[in-house]
Design a binder for this molecule. Structure first.
Ligand code: HEC
Ligand code: HEC
Ligand code: HEC
Ligand code: HEC
Ligand code: HEC
Ligand code: HEC
Ligand code: HEC
Ligand code: HEC
Ligand code: HEC
Ligand code: HEC
Length: 325
C-alpha cells in the first residue's frame, strides 16, 4: 500500500485547512482505562485490523497542529523516499497500531511510547523490534534493559529531526537520567573524559545488551579496556595476577576521587591483598613523623608502594619479578 503521493501532496499544500477535531487536553484514555483495559483494547484492534484507508492523512486531520508530531517528517521515520520507512507502508499506524475507532474523538487507545505511559515496555518495544531485529540488537532479549522493562523510547525520540541520543554530546545526559551513581562518579576528580563527550557510555556498554554481565561491548572487562589501553595487554614476562584477572580490581571505570580512578589509595589499595608485616625494612625518605598522618615513609608517602614496585601492571624487565622497571 503506497501512500507516498498523498503525504507528499499534503506536505506541499502546507496542510491546508484539514483539521476538524483538535485533540483536546485531558481526554487521554490513560485517565479512564486501566493498563489491562488498554492492552485488551489494543489486542482487539489488532485482531480487527481496521487500518485507516487514508493512512497518515487521516491522523493529521487532528494531529497536524502539534509541532512535535510534525517533526516526524524531518527524521528518518518520516522520510517518504525510503522503501523501508514506515511511510512506505502503514505510515503512522506502523508504530501506533490500527486507527480503528480512534478517529471518533480520539477516545479509543492507540499504542503510545515512552517511560511515562501505561503500555508495557514489552508491547512498545515489539513494535520497534519488528523493523530493528538486527545484529546490533541480537542480545536485546534478556539484556539488563529488557529485563528492567526499559522502553526503546525511553532513550530514543522518533518525532525529531535527529534523535538526540545519537549525538555524542547528549548520550551521557540521557543515560544519567536513570544512572545517577555513574553520573556522580563521572564528575569526580579522576574520570574518563565523558563530561566533555570525548567519550560516551556506549564506548564501553552496548545499551541494547550483550553477552557480558554489564552489557559490555567486548567479551570481558579487560578486553573492553584493552581496546583503548592496548599497552596494558599481556603477555608480559612478569604479570601481576589481579591485573590480568580484572582491571576493576583496582579501577572504577566511571571515576573516583583518587588518582587514576583507583578504587582506594595506595597503600590501602595494595594492602587489601598484601600484608605489610614481614615485608622488607621500612625505608625512610627522611623527615618522618612516624605514626603521624603524613609520614614521608617510603611505604606511605608519595606514590607509596609504587615507589619501589613501579610496574603494577606487569613488567617485561628480566629482573622485574617484583614488578619493578
Ligand atoms: C478525529 C480526530 C483524531 C484522529 C483522526 C486521530 N486522532 Fe489521535 N488523538 C485524538 C485525540 C482527541 C487524542 C487524545 C488527546 C491527546 O492525548 O492529545 C488523541 C491521542 C492520540 C495519541 C496519544 C497522544 C499522547 O499524548 O499520548 C496518539 C499516539 C494518537 N492519537 C495517534 C493517532 C494516529 C496514529 C492517528 C491516525 C491513525 C490518529 N491519532 C488519528 C484525535 C484524533
Ligand atoms: C516500519 C519499520 C520501522 C519501525 C516500526 C521502526 N523503525 Fe526505526 N528505522 C526504520 C528505518 C527504515 C530507519 C532508517 C535506517 C535504516 O535503514 O535502518 C530507522 C532508523 C532508526 C534509528 C536510527 C536513526 C537515525 O537517525 O539514524 C533509530 C534510533 C530507530 N530507528 C529507532 C526506532 C524505535 C525506537 C522504534 C520504535 C518506537 C522504531 N525505530 C520503529 C524503520 C522502522
Ligand atoms: C538505554 C538506552 C537505549 C535503549 C533502551 C535503546 N537504545 Fe537504541 N541506541 C542507544 C544508543 C546510545 C545508541 C547509539 C550508540 C550505539 O549504537 O550503541 C543507539 C542506537 C540505536 C540505533 C541506530 C544504530 C544501530 O545500532 O543500528 C537503532 C536502530 C536503535 N538504537 C534501536 C533501538 C531499539 C529498537 C530499541 C529497543 C528494542 C533500543 N534502541 C533501545 C540507546 C538505547
Ligand atoms: C517509527 C514509529 C513511529 C511512527 C511512524 C510515528 N510515531 Fe508517533 N510516536 C512514536 C514515538 C516513539 C512517540 C513518543 C515520542 C517520541 O519518541 O518522539 C510518538 C509520539 C506520538 C504522539 C504523542 C506526541 C506528544 O505530544 O507526546 C502522537 C500524537 C503521535 N506520535 C502521532 C503520530 C502520527 C500522527 C504519526 C504519523 C504522521 C506518527 N505518530 C508516526 C513513534 C512513531
Ligand atoms: C529509563 C531509565 C534508563 C535509562 C535512560 C538508561 N538506563 Fe541503563 N538501566 C536501567 C535499569 C532500570 C537497569 C536495570 C537495573 C540496574 O541494574 O541498574 C539498567 C541497567 C543498565 C546496565 C547494567 C547494570 C548491571 O547491573 O550490570 C548498564 C551497563 C546500563 N544500564 C547502561 C546504560 C547506558 C549506557 C545508558 C545510556 C545509553 C542507559 N543505561 C540508560 C535504566 C535506564
Ligand atoms: C571505560 C569504560 C566504561 C565507561 C565509559 C562506562 N562504563 Fe559502566 N561499567 C564499565 C565496567 C567495566 C563495568 C563493570 C564493573 C564491574 O563489574 O566491576 C561497568 C558497570 C556499569 C553498571 C553496573 C553497576 C556498576 O557500577 O557496576 C552500570 C549501571 C553502568 N556501568 C553504567 C554506565 C553509564 C550510565 C555510563 C556513562 C555515564 C558508563 N557506565 C560508562 C565500564 C564503563
Ligand atoms: C574508548 C576508549 C577507552 C576505553 C574502552 C577505556 N579507556 Fe581508559 N582512558 C581513555 C582515555 C581517552 C583516557 C584519558 C587519557 C588522558 O587523559 O590522557 C583514559 C584514561 C584512563 C586512566 C587514567 C586516568 C587518570 O586519571 O590518569 C585509567 C586508570 C583508565 N583509563 C582505565 C581504564 C579501564 C580500567 C578501562 C576498562 C574498564 C578503560 N580505561 C577503558 C580511553 C578509554
Ligand atoms: C593491582 C591494582 C591495579 C590493577 C588490577 C590495574 N591497575 Fe591500572 N593502575 C594501578 C595504579 C596503582 C595506577 C597508578 C600508577 C602510578 O601511580 O604509578 C594505575 C594507573 C593506570 C593507568 C594510568 C597510568 C598509566 O599507567 O597509563 C591506566 C591507563 C591503567 N592503570 C589501566 C589499567 C588497565 C587497562 C588495567 C587492566 C588491564 C589495570 N589498569 C589494572 C593499579 C592497577
Ligand atoms: C586483588 C588483590 C591484589 C591487589 C589489590 C594487589 N595485588 Fe599484588 N599480587 C596479588 C597476587 C595474587 C599476586 C601474586 C602472588 C604470588 O604469585 O605469590 C601479587 C603479586 C605482587 C607482587 C610480586 C610478588 C611476588 O612474589 O612475585 C608485587 C610486588 C605486588 N603484587 C605488589 C602490589 C602492589 C604495589 C599493589 C598495589 C598497587 C598490589 N600488589 C595490589 C594480588 C593483589
Ligand atoms: C622502599 C621500597 C619498597 C616499598 C616502598 C615497598 N616495597 Fe615491597 N618489596 C621491596 C623489596 C626490596 C622487596 C623484596 C625483598 C623482600 O622480599 O623483602 C619487596 C617485596 C614485596 C613483595 C613480595 C615479597 C612478599 O613479601 O611476599 C610484595 C608482595 C610487596 N613487596 C608488596 C609491597 C606493598 C603492598 C607495598 C606497599 C604497602 C610495598 N611492597 C612497598 C621494596 C619495597
Amino acid at each position: 500500500m503506497k501512500k507516498n503521493a498523498s503525504i507528499t501532496s499534503i506536505l506541499a499544500m502546507g496542510f491546508m485547512a484539514l483539521a476538524m477535531t483538535m485533540p483536546a487536553a485531558g481526554a487521554k484514555w490513560d485517565d479512564t482505562l486501566s493498563p489491562e483495559q488498554v492492552e485488551a483494547t489494543l489486542d482487539q484492534k489488532f485482531a480487527e485490523g481496521n487500518y485507516s484507508p487514508k493512512g497518515a492523512d487521516s491522523c493529521l486531520m487532528c494531529h497536524k497542529k502539534s509541532e512535535k508530531v510534525m517533526a516526524l517528517f524531518d527524521g528518518v521515520h518520516g522520510a517518504i523516499e525510503s522503501s523501508k520507512s514506515p511511510m512506505a507502508g502503514l505510515q503512522c499506524e506502523a508504530c501506533h497500531g490500527p486507527q480503528g475507532k480512534h478517529n471518533r474523538g480520539g477516545k479509543e487507545p492507540m499504542i503510545t511510547f515512552g517511560k511515562d505511559v501505561s503500555l508495557s515496555a514489552e508491547k512498545q518495544n515489539s513494535v520497534c523490534m519488528s523493523c530493528h531485529q538486527d545484529d546490533a540488537r541480537m542480545d536485546w532479549q534478556g539484556s539488563h534493559h529488557d529485563n528492567a522493562d526499559v522502553a526503546c523510547a525511553s532513550c530514543h525520540s522518533i518525532h525529531a529531526a535527529t534523535d538526540p541520543i545519537l549525538e555524542k554530546q547528549n548520550e551521557v545526559e540521557v543515560c544519567s537520567q536513570c544512572h545517577t551513581r555513574q553520573q556522580a562518579d563521572m564528575n569526580k576528580r579522576s574520570s574518563h573524559p565523558m563530561k566533555w563527550a570525548q567519550m560516551t557510555c556506549s564506548d564501553c556498554h552496548n545499551p541494547h545488551g550483550s553477552m557480558t554481565d554489564s552489557d559490555l561491548v567486548k567479551p570481558t572487562i579487560n578486553d573492553t579496556c584493552y581496546s583503548c589501553h592496548a599497552e596494558k595487554r599481556g603477555p608480559k614476562l612478569w604479570e601481576h595476577a589481579p591485573v590480568t584477572e580484572n582491571c576493576a580490581n583496582c579501577h572504577n571505570p566511571h571515576g573516583s576521587v583518587n588518582d587514576a580512578m583507583l578504587t582506594k589509595r595506595a597503600p590501602q589499595l595494595c594492602q587489601q591483598c598484601h600484608a605489610s608485616d614481614g615485608h622488607a625494612s621500612n625505608a625512610y625518605l627522611g623527615n618522618t613523623a612516624q605514626g603521624g598522618e603524613v609520614g614521608n615513609n617510603a611505604f606511605t608517602g608519595g606514590r607509596s608502594c609504587m615507589n619501589c614496585h613501579s610496574q603494577v601492571h606487569g613488567s617485561n624487565h628480566p629482573s622485574g619479578k617484583l614488578l619493578q622497571r
